[in-house]
Design a protein around this ligand. Sequence first.
Ligand SMILES: [Zn+2]
Length: 86
Amino acid sequence: MTITHQTPVIIRRISDLRDNHITLGLFCLECDRWGEIEPQSWLAEGKPDLNYVEQRFKCNQCGGRATKQVRPEYTGLGTGTAYVGK
Ligand SMILES: [Zn+2]
């Protein structure tokens, strides 16, 4: 019997987002508006170890607190056929 040890995926830092191909979506309830954090631009500013979980992102329009949502990197719509008719 083989026992496989799985390493948990911990996504806490900006570099983790990059390494796991994940982007961070931000939503402002007040404005009903979505935004997205680009890990690349944070990395370019030399903040790979920044803990985004602790960050409080503000909406740049109303100044309200934005809600975070971790998302897989967008790779475009699939070209496969999802539904087959008769
Ligand atoms: Zn807002």
